[in-house]
Design a protein around this ligand. Structure first.
Ligand SMILES: [Zn+2]
Length: 96
């Protein structure tokens, strides 16, 4: 994986899987967001996700999931979609 970094208008960008991405940090925990190639059926391309298991957004999310089974382990990770002007959204994820 080749990563190239350069500065442009105070925004640090890098190339991941052929896609140019801004270096983003999670507004909830200030951890850098990690690029992730979404499954083709999701309709997304490369998205950036907060993978911090201690992120307050992630830790507090399981109470917000309706119809959550007691033994399930689901959470909402903070994510942004570069294809959509880095609009934030909740990425439903298993915590294992
Ligand atoms: Zn976070």
């Amino acid at each position: 994986m080749i990563k190239s970094k350069y500065q442009r208008r105070n925004t640090v960008t890098y190339v991941y899987s052929g896609v140019e991405l801004e270096e983003r940090t999670c507004p909830h925990c200030n951890e850098p967001l990690s690029p992730w190639i979404a499954p083709p059926e999701s309709g997304w391309g490369v998205i950036v996700v907060c993978n911090n298991n201690k992120c307050p957004h992630y830790v507090g999310s399981d109470e917000q999931i309706l119809n959550k089974r007691d033994d399930s382990c689901l959470g909402c990770r903070y994510a942004e979609n570069p294809d959509n002007k880095y609009t934030p959204f909740n990425l439903l994820a298993w915590c294992k």
